[in-house]
Ligand binder design. Structure first.
Ligand SMILES: [Zn+2]
Length: 709
């Protein structure tokens, strides 16, 4: 997954403390007393990741389609395990037994009011001259978690399938009961489109790729350019990711092979699986349906790039959907490689990337796997020179991410206790689709990511940081701006969901980052995301794979060896103040006059003061291991203060009270979600209760830092 690096929509956040933090980078590195020895380690590390080898990994990993739980997926697990072992990592392949669907049969037919057949499909993905598309091991495009069904109904066009789109249809008196909803990809997570359609009474959903969003409207389609061709289809999961991720039948519990079936919940009762069928379509197949819809004309913002006027429908086109899905418990394989820490073995630094793909997945996720393997190669080089990390390094190659972050979620649920001491999770998914670096992170690790990118050369001769800062704003239309903020610092996004950081960060509270290097990428989750596309469009000489290997590896090495954990709580306190300010304005606009933010503001000021005091100690760490160990414990505990045992309202699996995927967006983050979503629902009582939960958490964070001598 991981198409979007979205920041909190429209909040316009800016860090007010950039100037203060910038001091720490002049000649010193945050978290280190004397950086000289570590600097040598880092130089040795940076010399190892190799573009050519990364390209070879990519070629091997993408030779066959490797959907999770297939023999080809297992072969990629064996390849990764072999590379981990060669680097000297203590390596195991960890199986989980999880519920997954595969398509047996999928059919869509559409008729006009006179009963004339308008289309029948889905049409096979096909362009002139692609040498990967005809492999018999290619699975037909499908939605993970789609229900089986045989349904017929009038088609209605619902734009992107956002909550406001469905509200607009209701305002136009278009009833969705018994209808088939046609939505286009983009703007939110597809599982939310299906969830909302089902809530409004629809009996089936067709999700298509409009050329306006990632096709010819953007530029030349594959195989001429990078954009989606006429028959290109985006597969993807339609589980309700905003409820919980992972195996649908085991929320909060690891699906180990030993887990008895009696411990599994029925998937249709757990709230993250749709009960209506959905099928992904190309615009080749969607166009005849859209073209024949009658009813009111679509609002201007709903018009896509197909060469006719769009209408809302409800009349004009009858659609018949057949979806036969084979649901079964299937075995998936995570690959875990460890290097035991010499000083703090219980403090894990985890770096990970998923390995399974919808089809070949050259960009998503194999570019990430290739980069991670070269990062591991670099770590292996250090080990051979006698280096040992102070903290335990863990590399994870996750399976079944595409069906709902399943491999990472099950592993996190399996190791929840140990992960309470994990000091960071560094994610990469879509490592390279082009040259523009971007990152999302918890506020406490934003400065850390900036410092790491200052130490890594870019293929263009300067540093990754310099390129990042110079990057044009909207290269990738699917990405919000990472433009430098008011203080001149490069901006990072907030962590929403759509990739494997979710269980680490939002379920158990491990501070996380997510990095990528992006460019025009219109073949997401299609058969055309293959090796040839990658070489032609993303990174012909694999130099960005090398760059991303270095950034990921340096994140891990620098964190593993730090004297003091480089968590920047000044920025965290600052961010919370901004989130609170935005929520306060929103509450006023919503007419919730009984909301009092003063307690939260006071608590956050205490947190800020404590953070500033501790920040001074982090800038110049001194003392023996016991003293530093205590400080590190307190720093880690401060991150845990933002985890609430009860979790968020209606979705207790999500326990981070500052960041969650939006209930109705899925990829994009919502900040202070408990408070913010209660205000959206104009539920003052809940908003007040959630404000108290948040205030207590900020107070816990302040108290934890204040206990540090
Ligand atoms: Zn992915």
């Amino acid at each position: 997954m991981n198409l979007f690096h979205k920041t909190a929509a429209g909040l316009g956040l800016a860090c007010a403390t950039g100037a203060l933090l910038a001091q720490s980078t002049v000649g010193t590195v945050f978290g280190y007393g004397d950086f000289n020895a570590e600097s040598k380690v880092e130089q040795q590390f940076l010399a190892i990741p190799d573009a050519k080898l990364a390209g070879q990994h990519l070629k091997t990993l993408t030779a066959q389609p490797h959907l999770s739980a297939t023999p080809e997926d297992r072969a990629t697990a064996d390849y990764v395990a072999q590379k981990f072992r060669a680097a000297g990592l203590e390596t195991e392949i960890v199986p989980y037994r999880v519920l997954l669907n595969r398509p047996i049969e999928q059919r869509v037919e559409a008729y006009n009011t006179a009963g004339k057949l308008l289309m029948s499909g889905p049409t096979k993905e096909h362009v002139e001259g692609d040498r990967f598309q005809d492999n018999p091991r290619v699975t037909m495009p499908f939605n993970g978690s789609s229900a089986s069904g045989d349904v017929t109904g009038e088609a209605v066009y619902a734009n992107y399938g956002r909550i406001e789109d469905f509200d607009q249809l209701a305002a136009q008196h278009i009833d969705l009961k018994g209808k088939i909803v046609v939505v286009r990809y983009g703007q939110n997570f597809r599982g939310i489109k299906v969830y909302l359609a089902e809530q409004r009474g629809a009996i089936g959903v067709l999700i298509y790729s409009d050329p306006q969003d990632d096709g010819y409207f953007k530029g030349d389609p594959w195989p001429i350019g990078p954009w989606r061709p006429e028959t290109g289809v985006q597969s993807g999961s339609v589980q309700n990711l905003s409820r919980y991720s992972g195996d649908p039948e085991t929320p909060g519990v690891a699906s180990t092979p030993e887990l008895p079936d009696s411990a599994r919940l029925p998937a249709d009762k757990t709230g993250n699986q749709p009960s209506i069928p959905s099928i992904p379509l190309s615009y080749h197949d969607a166009a005849p349906i859209l073209n024949a819809l009658s009813g009111p004309g679509a609002p201007q913002g709903w018009q896509g790039a197909l060469p006719f006027r769009y209408h809302l429908g409800g009349t004009g086109v009858l659609v018949h959907i057949v979806s036969k899905q084979d649901y079964a418990l299937r075995t998936i394989w995570d690959v875990i490689g460890k290097v035991k820490g010499s000083e703090y073995p219980d403090e894990w630094v985890v770096a990970g990337n998923h390995r399974d793909a919808w089809i070949y997945g050259a960009v998503d996720p194999s570019s990430g796997t290739a980069a991670m393997l070269e990062a591991v190669h670099g770590v292996g080089g250090l080990l051979k020179q006698g280096w040992r990390p102070k903290r335990t390094l863990v590399f994870g190659s996750w399976d079944a991410e595409e069906q709902g972050l399943i491999g990472s979620t099950e592993w996190v649920e399996d190791h929840a206790k140990a992960l309470e001491h994990a000091v960071a999770y560094f994610n990469v998914d879509v490592a390279v689709s082009g040259p523009e670096f971007s990152a999302s992170a918890v506020p406490s690790l934003r400065q850390f990511v900036r410092e790491v990118t200052r130490a890594v050369p870019s293929p263009l001769g300067t540093t990754v940081y310099d390129q990042w800062k110079r990057a044009p704003k909207e290269v990738n239309p699917n990405r919000t701006s990472d433009a430098a903020d008011k203080t001149g610092e490069v901006r990072l996004g907030d962590l929403g969901s759509g990739s494997d950081f979710t269980p680490f960060f939002q379920h158990v509270g491990v501070p996380s980052t997510d990095i990528g290097s992006e460019g025009p990428y219109g073949v997401y989750h299609s058969v055309f995301d293959n090796y040839d596309w990658f070489v032609q469009n993303a990174d012909p000489h694999f130099v960005y794979l090398e760059q991303m290997a270095k950034v990921l590896g340096l994140e891990a090495v620098r964190m593993a060896d730090a004297d003091v954990l480089p968590y920047d709580f000044v920025t965290y306190a600052d961010s919370i103040a901004m989130y609170a300010g935005a929520a306060k304005r929103k509450a006023q606009e919503a007419g919730l006059s009984g909301m009092d933010f003063s307690q939260l503001e006071a608590a956050d000021l205490r947190f800020l003061a404590a953070a500033q005091r501790v920040h001074a100690r982090q800038l110049a760490p001194a003392g023996d291991m016991t003293t530093l160990g205590k400080l590190n414990n307190a720093l880690r505990l401060t991150e845990s203060a933002f985890i609430s045992e009860e979790g968020l309202p209606n979705r207790p699996w999500y326990r981070h009270i500052v960041f969650a995927p939006g209930e109705f967006t899925g990829y994009a983050a919502v900040v202070i979600p408990g408070v913010s979503e209660a205000i959206d629902n104009r539920d003052q009582q809940r908003a007040k209760a959630q404000l108290e939960v948040l205030t207590r958490a900020v107070d816990r964070a302040a108290a934890t830092l204040n206990a540090v001598q």
